[in-house]
Structure formats: C-alpha cells, structure tokens
Design a protein around this ligand. Structure first.
Ligand code: AAT
Length: 284
C-alpha cells in the first residue's frame, strides 16, 4: 500500500509530517483552502491553507486552555463572544458551564463549521445548544459594529495572522474588543509561539498592541504537539480581573467539571514563563 503523508512546513527549514490513511475532503472555500484527513496517530484532522488547525488527539489541550482559565478567573461570566473557532471545540467547553447564558460565535467561513459537523462531531457536537448563535461574518467587522459594554468574555479562536485571520491581530480589532467588553471583561487571544522567530515576531506584535490597551495583560502557555514547536501561548487581557490574584480556584474545583488538560495547578503554573519568553515580552 502507498504511504500518504501530510507535511507542513513549520519553518523554511523544519517540516512536520503525519502518516494519513485518507484525504477525506479538499476544497477551496471563499476564504481558504480546507483539507480533512484521517490518520492513526491523530485521528481525524483538518488544515486551513496547509496549516494544522484541529485534530482529535490534542484538541482537548487547546480548547481547555482557551476556555477554563478565564472561566475560573470570573465565574460570573454570562455573555461570551467566540471569534473564529469554526470546529466548535471552544463552544463545546463553554456549554459545560450552566452559568453562561449566551454564546455568540462569529466565524468567517461557514464551510469550516459544516465540514466539522460532518467529520468532527467530537468538537462540533455542541453547536446546537440553545444558548449558541452562529454568525457567519468577519470577526473584525462584527466587533466594529457591536455596541459598547456587551460581552463579559471574548475568546479569539483564530488562525495565524495570515489570510482571513490577519485583521484579528490588528490594533483596531483589539481596541474594539476592549470597547465591546463590560467593565469586568476578559479577552483571551491567539498569541502564537515564542520558539521559531517568525511566530515569535507575531507574538511580540500582538503583545505590544494589547499591552497599550488593557490594564491587565498576561500571557500563558500550554503544550500543543501539532502546532509549530509544540510551545503555544494565549494572551489574557482584562479590565479588572487578575488571573492569578482574583481567580477563585476552589470555586472552580467545586463545579466538578472533568477536564483532561486544565486543572487549577495548571491555571497558576501556565503563567510561569521561561526566561527567554519573558525577555521577549518585556521588549515587545
Ligand atoms: N479551535 C481551534 C481552531 C482554529 S481554526 C480558526 C478559525 O478562525 C477558522 O475556522 C477560520 O475560518 C476562522 N477565522 C479566520 N479569520 C477570521 C475572521 N476574520 N473572522 C472570523 N473567523 C475567522 C484555530 C487554530 C489555531 C492555529 C494556530 N496555529
């Protein structure tokens, strides 16, 4: 039998490959090239413009970390905006909180959602929760037109800053996020990786913009085996709540949510950054 390998360039000099059994689906949508594959090691996975987005094996890491850190910091979050996240994994984690009343997901590419519903029910399975509204439009335009002080939490579950995701790393976008957040508001954003220079460059750019807008800005890390270098970050920006000083970790544990990556030790530990990352962020 022929070996079929999916290969991604992590840098010009480094490649990452996964042996696949089947190329399930391939299409060029109005926004990007979408490919779904089946593999033994990572289960079903999909790529956008040739970059790994989600697979069945490590998606729990990313979706736990984008969601639970903010939810443990402010348990009174009621209205949440997810930008991107078409696979549904972030929404799935949010729906586990009975306290959340409204989840709006603004995804630019409806095809990502429909294909995830077909091939990745593990992430897309909660998109029909009655609290969820799906809006198919550009997240940048959506926040621009939204009224002030509406959401308690914004989760930017976006692609890297190339293609349709580029605007979601702009000053204008972060500024509108600040405006549409309530006084208690928290913004979690895609923060790239500190390891390879091309990603580290984007990490610094994102950080310097957010630092100028929000009174509290932190960065936290997690281990994502299929993203370049495996060392990935989210940004935590907030108007009031500090994720370390203000989080009620005991209250989060009392909720009894079963998670595979996040726990309240990780909550604290994820904010402890290696020296080279601290130095890069200080320079940003
Ligand atoms: N849950 C992890 C999956 C993703 S996919 C990111 C999603 O963001 C894609 O579905 C893409 O269509 C959507 N997107 C990109 N640009 C915009 C935009 N301007 N407005 C709304 N949605 C957008 C994240 C993977 C992270 C990969 C890190 N290397």
């Amino acid at each position: 039998m022929l070996d079929l390998w999916y290969t991604e360039n992590h840098t010009d000099n480094v490649r990452f490959s996964i042996k696949t059994n089947k190329h399930i689906h391939s299409e060029q949508s109005d926004f990007q090239q979408i490919d779904f594959f089946e593999s033994d090691e990572f289960g079903t996975f999909f790529t956008l413009d040739g970059l790994m987005m989600v697979n069945e094996k490590d998606e729990f890491v990313y979706h736990d970390m984008i969601t639970h850190v903010a939810m443990a910091t402010n348990p009174n979050i009621k209205k949440v905006l997810v930008i991107g996240g078409g696979d549904g994994g972030t929404v799935r984690e949010l729906t586990r909180y009975a306290s959340i009343e409204q989840i709006d997901m603004v995804e630019i590419d409806e095809r990502v959602v429909r294909l995830s519903q077909e091939y990745l029910p593990i992430t897309a399975g909660k998109l029909e929760d009655p609290r969820v509204t799906l809006l198919f439009e550009d997240g940048l335009a959506y926040v621009k037109n939204k009224e002030d002080g509406y959401y308690d939490l914004i989760l930017v579950d976006s692609t890297d800053p190339i293609g349709p995701g580029e605007g979601l790393f702009s000053h204008d976008f972060y500024n509108n996020c600040f405006r549409v957040l309530t006084d208690d508001g928290i913004l979690i954003n895609q923060h790239e990786s500190p390891y390879y220079p091309s990603y580290a460059h984007e990490m610094k750019r994102a950080h310097s913009k957010i630092k100028g807008l929000f009174p509290i800005t932190r960065v936290y890390q997690f281990h994502m085996p299929t993203y370049p270098s495996g060392h990935w970050l989210f940004g935590f920006a907030s108007k009031k709540f500090d994720p370390l000083k203000d989080a009620d970790l005991e209250a989060w544990n009392k909720l009894g949510l079963k998670t595979k990556y996040y726990n309240t030790d990780i909550h604290t530990g994820a904010f402890a950054l290696p020296t080279f990352v601290k130095e890069m962020l200080n320079d940003a």
